[in-house]
Design a protein. Structure first.
Length: 602
């Protein structure tokens, strides 16, 4: 009797809600009708002020659209096929989730479902998603589908790597099909009405522009709004040395005294160096200069097909060459060095090679978001099947270089809501310009990767040669345990490219005294966590247990920027204070041109 009473109550609720749905539908249709009227010019009036470009039928448009569509269709088709196969192979788990889905769907139709977006999910912030029954039902159905698919994957008895691949497939599918991405997004409809249809025209223009100029991906930043050397990469300095591979920049001191031991910053080979020199409040270079360090950085040349053979040996040799120049200019026997991500791996290879040869040129190393053990469970590692690695290697080998935009698409696919669909809604549905933001502008200014380096990186992922002691520099294997200089390791708490636990475990592979710091944020945010960021946090610990989670449990949280903590660490290892140089370069290595140099613009 109790169940019958409850069922009657739910059915009554459904019946009552039908009237609300009917009213909401009428409201929605009215808005759509107004949209149609708003987008048509009045009789005898002028055409809308914005017009579609004539390049709409250009070959580049067709090529870009084909590439974008092929990527999406391939991902969705492969994901759907794999999930369908598993559903037939393991029908009991599928049936259980289907039952749960329809049970929840019944509650959604009744208007009694408690499903709500996660706190950090801003796709459904518009009040209509909760106030309008139709929108609420669409939102909750989407959340229910995602919840059931996630639970289905968790319940499968499959290996971790396959489970991670399925989670990735679920993320791609459900995020792409979210109702917030549809033209009926309530925020988009309201903007359409407010602008009398102009937002839709601007959205179409933005879409076509991205097809033509951004490989079919929604732009994360407004192109050309920020200029290198003006808005970013503008710390005063001089190029004091140039080779075919790099330019060496020395920065002008801003203090009367500087530390005697110089500091070399090595940017990743796949990025432009001015990541270290964004707007003044986010510039690690400017911060280091103001801390009294003699700062140098490398600006890598953007490789072309003629540089296809550049590899780790090329870049390690380039760093050694730059070190000799720096030591001559500063009259110092050694220096401190920094490297992040791929540059961190390169610096570790350099340190191992120097240790094997008994050369003591590096006093300390700062290694940021660097993973040495590729057997660690990471999202990228889980998705990198042998066939995928071989295909990527063949593709780059044929072209000689890997375009930076291709790498950007790979990373964007790992966080589609934040890095794709967020901009889809902003640029196309709302008709807004992409944001103007220094980090995003730098991220969009991609570099190519030489085929030789790409081949070796894929080899590291496949063979884990660094951790196994099989990585070679100039034909000789390097032993990481032979490294004996002090090291400062930084990782990001939410980094999805080089997860912090993998970074922490990597510290156990090398010798020397090691300090590990966990910054709050992702792959980029963790590094660009300046004192100006009031929300900055980091963890440190005097103990270094084997287990990363045990380290975190015993670590102390600090409500400030790790830059300040690092400044104390690096200055203690930078020698004595001395009078700052009046000119940059030396008689042997005179200044060639102003920073940021020329290679950064290639």
């Amino acid at each position: 009797m109790v169940e019958s009473t409850n069922d009657n109550g739910v059915m009554k609720q459904i019946t009552d809600n039908l009237q609300s749905y009917q009213s909401a539908a009428q409201q929605l249709m009215g808005m759509l009708g107004q949209m149609g009227a708003a987008s048509r010019p009045a009789e005898g009036g002028d055409e809308p002020p914005h017009h579609l470009p004539t390049e709409l039928v250009d070959f580049q448009y067709l090529s870009g659209l084909q590439q974008f569509a092929a990527t999406q269709v391939t991902d969705f088709a492969a994901a759907s096929q794999r999930m369908m196969n598993l559903m037939f192979q393991k029908p009991e788990q599928a049936y259980q989730q289907i039952t749960r889905f329809w049970t929840e769907q019944f509650r959604i139709y009744a208007g009694v479902s408690g499903l709500t977006p996660d706190r950090g999910d801003h796709r459904f912030d518009d009040p209509s998603w909760t106030a309008n029954p139709i929108y609420k039902q669409a939102m909750q159905t989407h959340l229910s589908v995602r919840k059931c698919l996630d639970e289905w994957v968790e319940g499968l008895d499959v290996e971790h790597k396959e489970a991670e691949q399925l989670r990735f497939a679920v993320t791609l599918l459900t995020d792409a099909l979210a109702p917030s991405n549809w033209p009926t997004n309530p925020a988009a409809l309201k903007r359409h009405l407010e602008t009398q249809g102009e937002s839709a025209i601007r959205g179409i223009q933005n879409f076509v522009d991205d097809i033509l100029h951004n490989n079919g991906m929604p732009s994360m930043v407004k192109r050309g709004a920020l200029k290198v050397g003006v808005d970013m990469g503008n710390s005063p300095g001089k190029v004091v040395y140039r080779t075919e591979v790099f330019e060496l920049i020395q920065y002008a001191p801003s203090t009367g005294e500087v530390y005697g031991r110089p500091f070399l910053m090595v940017p990743p080979q796949i990025n432009k160096f001015y990541f270290y020199d964004l707007s003044p409040k986010k510039s690690l270079i400017r911060f280091a200069v103001e801390s009294g360090l003699q700062v140098f950085t490398l600006s890598w040349r953007n490789p072309t097909q003629e540089h296809r053979d550049w590899n780790f040996d090329t870049y390690i040799g380039a760093i050694e060459e730059a070190m000799e120049v720096i030591c001559e200019i500063t009259n110092s026997p050694d220096l401190n060095i920094e490297g992040g991500c791929v540059a961190g791996i390169t610096v570790v290879g350099l340190l191992g090679s120097l240790a094997e040869r008994g050369v003591r040129k590096v006093n300390s190393a700062t290694l940021m978001v660097t993973t040495l053990d590729t057997s660690a469970e990471t999202q990228l590692g889980s998705l990198a099947s042998p066939a995928m690695l071989e295909l990527a290697d063949m593709n780059t080998s044929a072209k000689g270089v890997m375009d930076g935009a291709e790498m950007g698409r790979v990373f964007a696919m790992l966080r589609p809501n934040e890095l794709i669909w967020n901009y889809w809604v902003n640029n196309y549905l709302l008709g807004n310009d992409p944001p103007t933001f220094d980090v995003l502008a730098w991220n969009a200014d991609t570099s190519r990767m030489a085929g030789g380096l790409h081949h070796q990186i894929l080899g590291l992922v496949k063979d884990n040669s660094l951790a196994k002691g099989e990585f070679e520099v100039h034909g000789k294997p390097v032993r990481l345990k032979a490294i004996d200089c002090d090291q400062f390791w930084l990782a990001g708490s939410t980094d999805h490219i080089t997860p912090w636990r993998a970074c922490y475990s990597s510290t156990k592979l090398v010798g020397g005294k090691r300090e590990f710091v966990l910054s709050d944020g992702g792959h980029i945010q963790s590094m660009v966590s300046s004192p100006a960021n009031r929300k900055a946090k980091f963890h440190v610990s005097t103990k270094q247990p084997k287990d990363p989670d045990a380290w975190l449990e015993g670590a102390t949280e600090h409500d400030s920027s790790w830059w300040l903590y690092w400044r104390d660490w690096i200055t203690k290892r930078s020698g004595e204070l001395q009078k700052a140089p009046e000119t940059l370069g030396s008689a042997q290595h005179p200044a060639l041109t102003d920073a940021p140099g020329t290679y950064v613009f290639e």
